[in-house]
Design a protein around this ligand. Structure first.
Ligand code: BTN
Length: 242
């Protein structure tokens, strides 16, 4: 794939900028990178805060037109694995927290916001938004970490970006080859808190259980005293043990 980098000093949200560009033409491989975002978006309507110039905040346009609308789970696994591939080449204990947060031990270092544009039951294009905490050393949220905090030395943003794009390209080939089961087993190998007793919240109910797998529909499967329960994204929250 040929990547084309568009560098911006400031953007509202790189996902929004790229979405606008993709309305007319889907130029696969187009990357919009902003030194700072004024309205960075996270999952579930959250905002994504990152100090200007110290972190990677970018969006990549892909056109996985070979994926049906109900196969988005495989794209999510491919991107999560690529991001984990890159980060784990710099540090240990890098895990994927379902569905697509990247954790180092018990702290979040990167997040993904994928927005798919569908057409006739297939994906037309995907905006892959990625935020990685790199050279920032203080966070409002004590559950966050960065490359600098983990490694003790600053990292070059563009080096990390180009390495990550290579990792994404490799995982994208795996996706095109429909190596879904291989991706699923690798994803499970690195899944945060798999096979450990954890506490969860669904609606207003808290319960104890063990994460066992993520199925081919992207659902988290938790073993509980009442048997295995399946959850879609947003239906369950993993609680922190304090
Ligand atoms: C999350 O963990 O909630 C997802 C965070 C995704 C943040 C990135 S930063 C670049 C891109 N533009 C956005 O507005 N969001 C994503």
């Amino acid at each position: 794939m040929k990547f084309k980098l568009k560098l911006l000093d400031e953007a509202t949200s790189t996902n929004d900028v790229l979405k606008e560009l993709a309305r007319l033409q889907t130029e696969e491989g187009l990357v919009v990178y902003a030194r700072s975002q004024t309205a960075g978006r996270g999952q579930m309507g959250n905002s994504w805060e990152a100090a200007a110039g110290q972190n990677l905040t970018f969006s990549l346009l892909l056109a996985p037109v070979f994926l049906k609308a109900d196969e988005q789970v495989w794209l999510n696994m491919a991107i999560s694995l690529a991001l984990r591939d890159m980060i784990s080449s710099y540090m240990d204990s890098v895990k994927i927290k379902w569905p697509n947060d990247i954790y180092v031990d018990d702290k979040k270092i990167a997040g993904i916001l994928i927005e798919n544009n569908l057409q006739s039951g297939y994906i037309r294009c995907s905006i892959i938004g990625i935020g990685i905490n790199v050279n920032q050393s203080a966070f409002g949220n004590k559950n966050a970490t960065s490359f600098l905090l983990e490694r003790g030395v600053p990292s070059d943003l563009m080096d990390l970006l180009s390495q990550l794009l290579e990792n994404i390209e490799q995982r994208y080939i795996q996706l095109e080859l429909r190596q879904h089961r291989i991706m699923q087993s690798e994803y499970l190998k690195h899944l945060y808190r798999k096979d450990l007793v954890s506490f969860f919240r669904t609606g207003d109910r808290d319960f104890k259980g063990v994460i066992r797998t993520v199925d081919e529909y992207g659902r988290l499967v938790i073993e509980t005293a009442e048997g295995a329960l399946n959850f879609q994204v947003k239906e369950v929250e993993l609680l922190r043990e304090e």
